[in-house]
Design a protein around this ligand. Structure first.
Ligand SMILES: Nc1nc2c(ncn2[C@@H]2O[C@H](COP(=O)(O)OP(=O)(O)OP(=O)(O)O)[C@@H](O)[C@H]2O)c(=O)[nH]1
Ligand SMILES: [Mg+2]
Length: 179
């Protein structure tokens, strides 16, 4: 009975899809989460631990975990991995110096057993900043085209205006049911 109910529940699109939002400190993860939720910019301070919110897009329910990105917190990211369907990796497009650290973190995550089935959306955030890297530059640096075992997509965005965020969510909803 429980199984039938679970199947019907998933058929009607009320199943929740787990998402983790990761990236280095100051990348804009919390700003993005609350833009998704409220369509506005909230005042943030560095996240210690995580924030979690349910975001509904066209009848698709995402449970989004925004995880603190400071160095000391990164070793705990893996405690959030189980049952994750989507990784949103937020990159600060002006932070050239630390893109190599983001790359290390990305490939460490992709190698993790619990994230084997996860799709990856990369947000090239802070596109409003003068002299920032483009999504194409970030894609090349992160060698995204070499990733064959996870679906991935890169989207440029500006969390302050919300530009690009909907397109990212649309890619995520388009992936549901593909696997
Ligand atoms: N110019 C600009 N600033 C942004 C953008 N997105 C976020 N910020 C700013 O970047 C700073 C950090 O944003 P947060 O959302 O707190 O960053 P975070 O990734 O959650 O950081 P941690 O919680 O420490 O991991 C804040 O001052 C934001 O207002 C953007 O698109 N453009
Ligand atoms: Mg935060």
């Amino acid at each position: 009975m429980g199984l039938i109910f679970a199947k019907l529940w998933s058929l009607f699109g009320s199943q929740e899809h787990k998402v983790i939002i990761v990236g280095l400190d100051n990348a804009g993860k919390t700003t993005i989460l609350y833009q998704f939720l409220m369509n506005e910019v909230v005042h943030t301070s560095p996240t210690i631990g995580s924030n979690v919110e349910e975001i509904v897009v066209k009848n698709t329910h995402f449970l989004m975990w925004d995880i603190g990105g400071q160095e000391s917190l990164r070793s705990s990211w893996n405690t959030y991995y189980s049952n994750t369907e989507f990784i949103i990796l937020v990159v600060d497009s002006i932070d050239r110096e630390r893109l190599s650290i983001t790359k290390e973190e990305l490939y460490r995550m992709l190698a993790h057993e619990d994230l084997r089935k996860a799709a990856v959306l990369i947000f090239a955030n802070k596109q409003d900043m003068k002299g920032c890297m483009t999504a194409a530059e970030i894609s090349a640096y992160l060698t995204l085209s070499s990733i064959k075992d996870h679906p991935w997509h890169i989207q440029s965005c500006c969390a302050l205006t919300g530009e690009g965020l909907c397109q990212g969510l649309e890619w995520m909803t388009s992936r549901i049911g593909v696997r």
